[in-house]
Design a binder for this molecule. Structure first.
Ligand SMILES: Nc1ncnc2c1ncn2[C@@H]1O[C@H](COP(=O)(O)OP(=O)(O)OP(=O)(O)O)[C@@H](O)[C@H]1O
Ligand SMILES: O=P(O)(O)OC[C@H]1O[C@](O)(CO)[C@@H](O)[C@@H]1O
Ligand SMILES: [Mg+2]
Length: 330
């Protein structure tokens, strides 16, 4: 076991924002890496709520056994309103001081990293972020922990919808998650052969959707699936279904909202490996004196990105993929 000669003797780990499959694998990785380097590891339960209310538990390597395959987050997560206030963060700083925590590993999305940055500026607590969100919208990593599992869950569900859509010659509008991001929608749409894919990053029009339906009819397609990201600017799935029915009364139109099913379940191999690599990287980064950075993988290489960049620049949708989707739906 290597000797820890860095200033970091105790690390706190928390999960924050929407949970994502693989967060448990990331927690396990942080705990085991701390143990390997002779650092005490504390789990903070319920994200920033746990920092404010002193929900702190010491975690050893055996306390994270049988965790790598489990969905959700064993530490629980929260969207803490109190942490958004100065007073809330002052309480959180007292907890950090009380437990002699030298640094934090924050597993979450852009909001969680924003909270961590403000906390670091106000109270000087170093931290490294691990991108854990199904949305895949964080700059500085090709994939976020949980995205691959969520995508596969969505594809599995849409395949099933296709079976019944085909049997009844129906049009389905399927809503997938992504408040501001279309990664799940675009990739699940390509993977399931959707007629059209509507995402917040693109300017869509109802006329283009109707043209797609008409082309499909000309080609003799008897059923269609349209994938709609939750944050689609054109309108929600119910409105889209209503307008479609008004335009084509002969269509048998149905709506399915996949919802939180996409956030649960056992993580895929890709998510387990990604979470494991990033958890170790976060601990090693803190030992090396890094802070206010996010650990991510770019083209199979570990990269630390300044957290401000990770928050401000969003992962961009690949225009080539949009073209592929258009070509293949004809
Ligand atoms: N400006 C801010 N100041 C202080 N804390 C913040 C700020 N923004 C976010 N946070 C904290 O981070 C938490 C998580 O943020 P948010 O709900 O945006 O989720 P996220 O981390 O972006 O994950 P996801 O988008 O995957 O759900 C918030 O509930 C809040 O406690
Ligand atoms: O479960 P909540 O808090 O309603 O959050 C839902 C949001 O969280 C996400 O799943 C990201 O974690 C988004 O895709 C979705 O819009
Ligand atoms: Mg977010």
């Amino acid at each position: 076991m290597p000797q820890n000669i860095s200033k970091i003797k105790k690390i706190g780990v928390l999960t924050s924002g929407g949970d994502s499959p693989g967060m448990n694998a990331a927690i396990r990785s942080v705990v085991r890496a701390c143990n390997y380097y002779g650092i005490v590891c504390c789990g903070i339960r319920m994200g920033y709520e746990g920092l404010i209310n002193d929900y702190v538990v010491e975690l050893g390597p055996r306390s994270v056994r049988n965790l790598i395959n489990r969905g959700g987050t064993e530490l629980k997560s929260a969207r803490s309103q109190e942490f958004r206030t100065k007073e809330g963060r002052e309480k959180a700083a007292k907890t950090v001081k009380k437990h002699n925590i030298d640094a934090l590993v924050i597993i979450g999305g852009d909001g969680s990293f924003t909270g961590g940055t403000i906390f670091q500026k106000e109270h000087g607590v170093p931290f490294i972020g691990v991108p854990g969100t199904i949305d895949n919208d964080i700059f500085g990593t090709d994939y976020t922990v949980g995205y691959d599992t969520a995508l596969n869950t969505a594809v599995d569900a849409i395949d099933k919808i296709r079976d019944t859509a085909t049997s009844h010659n129906r049009v389905f509008f399927v809503e997938v998650m992504g408040r501001d991001a279309g990664f799940i929608a675009l990739n699940s749409g390509i993977a399931t052969g959707a007629l059209d894919i509507l995402i917040p990053e693109e300017k869509d029009s109802i006329e283009d959707l109707f043209i797609a339906f008409e082309k499909a009819q000309e080609k003799g397609k008897s059923s269609s699936i349209v994938i709609v990201a939750e944050g689609e600017k054109l309108g929600g799935v119910y409105d889209l279904a209503k307008f479609t029915k008004m335009k084509y009364p002969e269509f048998d139109v149905k709506v399915t909202v996949l919802g939180h099913i996409q956030r649960g379940g056992s993580p895929t191999v890709a998510d387990r490996v990604l979470a494991s690599r990033l958890g170790v990287a976060a601990v090693e980064g803190l030992i090396a004196g890094k802070s206010n950075v996010m650990a991510g993988m770019q083209s199979s290489k570990l990269v630390f990105t300044p957290i401000e960049e990770a928050i401000k620049k969003h992962n961009e949708i690949d225009k080539d993929l949009i073209k592929v989707a258009d070509i293949l739906s004809t």
